[in-house]
Design a protein around this ligand. Sequence first.
Ligand SMILES: C[S@@+](CC[C@H](N)C(=O)[O-])C[C@H]1O[C@@H](n2cnc3c(N)ncnc32)[C@H](O)[C@@H]1O
Ligand code: SF4
Length: 372
Amino acid sequence: MAFGIYLHVPFCSVRCGYCDFNTYTADELGGPDVIGASRATYIEAALAELSLVPERTVDTVFVGGGTPSQVPAGDLVRFLRAVDHRLGLAPGAEVTTEANPDSVSPQSLAELREGGFTRISFGMQSAVPHVLSVLERTHDPERVPQAVAWAREAGFEQVSLDLIYGTPTESMDDWRHSVESALAMEPNHISAYALIVEQGTAFARKVRRGEVVMPDDDETADKYLLADDLMAAAGLHWYELSNWARDEAAQCRHNIGYWNGGQWWGVGPGAHSFVGGERWWNVKHPAAYAQRLTAGESPRADGERPDADARHLEDVMLRIRLAEGIETALLGDADRLVDAGWLTPVGDRMVLTRTGRLMADRVVLEAVEALD
Ligand SMILES: C[S@@+](CC[C@H](N)C(=O)[O-])C[C@H]1O[C@@H](n2cnc3c(N)ncnc32)[C@H](O)[C@@H]1O
Ligand code: SF4
């Protein structure tokens, strides 16, 4: 069974109004002298947690955030070396980092590639300035093709772009332009997520006050279909509801591990792990995280051992979203979902139809209810 290491980097230069990831700006952390607040020393704490991981060959490494490109590239490479040295990277291991297009340089990308990173995922979100401004993204759209070109020069063949659709003020033409701009860069992978209004964010407050208006579900569904058509025409095919890849080799193996019963250890503040049937999560704040490790303690906050029913439920919720579908035996009575045109049998599996993909949350809900 695949084993992955996730490293969470809890820093961003500014917080985007819509995002509720466990990440902090320098101001929020109270300056670089506070323990755990320094980007320059963060990797020491992460390395201390890595030393707690029992020996086991690693198939995939994923550095996410926050903004991994906020810590020196050399530190990410040190972390990767330590993974290889302590645990051992499997031959052909996939090693990804997320990056913000405006915090990379030709030098940092070259350092990552030479240091063993095989895949890079840029947070593009949109190619349209007024959409980026509603999202409070700081980058100029022109930075993305530049960052992709630098990544290629550095030797990255695996390049992914993240897009968001359904932002207030985004027209259908704006979205078409964003997808076409992303495809013009010839990435071998794209993730496209519908904008979620996360409670407690600045963006959610704007929605509540009526300062921005979220699009209706039909418009969001049309945007999903448009993206799917444009991507298919360009040779990128969905392998998970929100993820498209040029071929099987371009699929993100680390994320497939999350969806398909793999195990992983998440290093960093707030990171979740799932190993040996047990799930746990670390203390959320970088200062608390660093203090625990400095004191020689585990950063773990709490955990649980999901029982067979809970695991089954999770399997259904995650696997139904995969293009390869879910084993029919894992579903209860799926006739209703097939009759509704949302699932279709393919061999011994059930796969979402195109309509089913638009209703995925409802399909999951009904599939889960049918288990009882
Ligand atoms: C940790 S971020 C990626 C790296 C980097 N911090 C960035 O934003 O460019 C992971 C992705 O989550 C997605 N995301 C974050 N908040 C979201 C939300 N409220 N709705 C939809 N997608 C969201 C964005 O597409 C983002 O690229
Ligand atoms: S979307 Fe990315 S850059 Fe923006 S706050 Fe979230 S993690 Fe940071």
